[in-house]
Design a protein around this ligand. Structure first.
Ligand SMILES: Cc1cc2nc3c(=O)[nH]c(=O)nc-3n(C[C@H](O)[C@H](O)[C@H](O)COP(=O)(O)OP(=O)(O)OC[C@H]3O[C@@H](n4cnc5c(N)ncnc54)[C@H](O)[C@@H]3O)c2cc1C
Length: 406
């Protein structure tokens, strides 16, 4: 690596200015007020990728495998996120959510979710058809689970607020600076960017869609690849802002890793429909037509991708068909909300999920971290990682503090 570049020295360097990078930086700087913290973010401002392009739901923790990091951090994060919003004057709404069963098969699957809520100690109310109609006159189903602790928020505002807290405590955030190389030495990490080198005693990477590339930069071979799944939304016209009182979710298909197209009240008062889950051919390309030869080549030649596609071929094709046909997409939401029509669906920005997939085609379900002597990389942090950002940050600080010698 070229050494004739300007050098800056820090105690902790964090790659990524999404909600996980900002949460980690804030909690590290609080824990170590006399040490120096630097956040490097390639975009011009915080939360330009997953954190700023999601559903804004503060999840309760209904779905996750008992004992998993997702189950634990989501439940803790639900409480911590609301407390953070109260303390820092960020708008949120504990509006609750309904998981609606629309046929006998879903009603049966709903029983599994009821048991899971009991295992995860999530407070719920089970509604029959009439109770559902009373609570949500525009929604039809055979029954539903009501989860009162689910809420909504704008996660970009939380990430930006955490960034201000980092700076208030003396930390530094540098935007517009992409990390292009990383070297680990016995006494430090060296991080390369265009024209500048940074030495950090320790490094944390919260790079979302680029997490496998970060592992590669460190000279290691990741045992997973990030597969990008675009989540496409529509916005309902403002005449529908009061169409639902709560968030409305389908009963998810246990075979698929995503939650299904839902009706989401947003914190700005609007209502969105979505997201679906379509393979994206560019990691940070948000339009349907965006294409990167490098990203597509890497994805389509990855053995895990082929196995994943074979396993979920039918579901992938259905998602693709519904992405290309607005009326196909509409049918998904009409299953539980028949009054929504084609011309109610207006354009809305998409998001792209970073999903780690193993070589054998298994989707990495839980949050995943990788640690070396001086670095910790967040490898897999899909939903509900925004909800879980505060406990994930605390977890990372604990793991890093095990490495700190003075
Ligand atoms: C469509 C969709 C809906 C979702 N809905 C929800 C929800 O309702 N509730 C919930 O809890 N979660 C939800 N999620 C998940 C949640 O948004 C993510 O889990 C969370 O935002 C991850 O945060 P992050 O900081 O790891 O990633 P990101 O927000 O993607 O941030 C990573 C950052 O790293 C930067 N970076 C990458 N490489 C480099 C480099 N080389 N140099 C410098 N910077 C770099 C990127 O520019 C980016 O800013 C959703 C996600 C999507 C996509």
């Amino acid at each position: 690596m070229a050494l004739n570049t300007e050098l800056e020295i820090y105690d902790f360097i964090i790659i990524g200015g999404g909600i996980l990078g900002m949460s980690t930086a804030w909690q590290l700087q609080k824990r170590y007020p006399n040490k120096t913290v630097l956040v490097l973010e390639k975009e011009a401002s915080a939360a330009r990728h997953q954190t700023g392009r999601n559903s804004g739901v503060i999840h309760a923790g209904v779905y996750y495998k008992p004992g998993s990091l997702k189950a634990r951090f989501c439940k803790e994060g639900n409480i911590a996120t609301k407390a953070f919003c109260r303390e820092h004057d960020i708008a949120f709404d504990e509006c609750g959510k309904l998981l609606v069963a629309t046929d006998q098969a879903e009603l049966q699957r709903m029983q599994g979710l009821i048991s899971r809520c009991a295992e995860n100690e999530i407070e719920i109310e089970v509604l029959d058809q009439e109770m559902l109609k009373e609570r949500e006159p525009n929604i039809s189903g055979l029954g539903a689970i009501f989860v009162p602790s689910t809420g909504i928020v704008n996660y970009r505002q939380i990430a930006e607020c955490m960034g201000r807290l980092v700076e208030g405590l003396g930390g530094k955030i540098v935007f517009g600076t992409a990390v292009t190389g990383i070297e680990e030495f016995a006494d430090r990490m060296t991080v390369y960017t265009q024209g500048k080198r940074f030495h950090g005693r320790y490094l944390v990477a919260c790079a979302g869609l680029q997490s496998d590339n970060i592992v590669n930069m460190m000279g290691l071979e990741p045992d997973f690849n990030i597969i990008p799944f675009r989540g496409e939304y529509f916005l309902l016209g403002s005449q529908h802002n009061n169409i639902v009182n709560h968030l409305i979710y389908p009963i998810p298909d246990p075979e698929l890793p995503f939650l299904g197209v839902h009706l989401t009240r947003m914190i700005d008062g609007t209502v969105t429909v979505g997201p679906n889950a379509v393979l994206a051919f560019k990691r940070e390309g948000y339009r349907k037509t965006d294409f990167s030869f490098k990203d597509s080549f890497n994805m389509l030649t990855y053995p895990g991708m082929i196995k994943l596609l074979c396993r979920h071929f039918k579901a992938s094709m259905t998602e693709l068909k519904n992405s290309l046909s607005k009326s196909g997409y509409l049918k998904l939401v009409q299953k539980y909300c028949s009054s929504i029509e084609l011309n109610d669906l207006q354009e809305y920005p998409a998001g792209i999920r970073a999903q780690a997939v193993k070589k054998n085609g298994d989707i990495v379900d839980d949050f995943l971290f990788m640690k070396t002597s001086r670095a910790l990389v967040v490898c897999n942090a899909p939903s509900p990682a925004a909800t879980s950002a505060i406990p994930i940050g605390a977890h990372i600080v604990e793991k890093i503090s095990e490495l700190v010698t003075d």
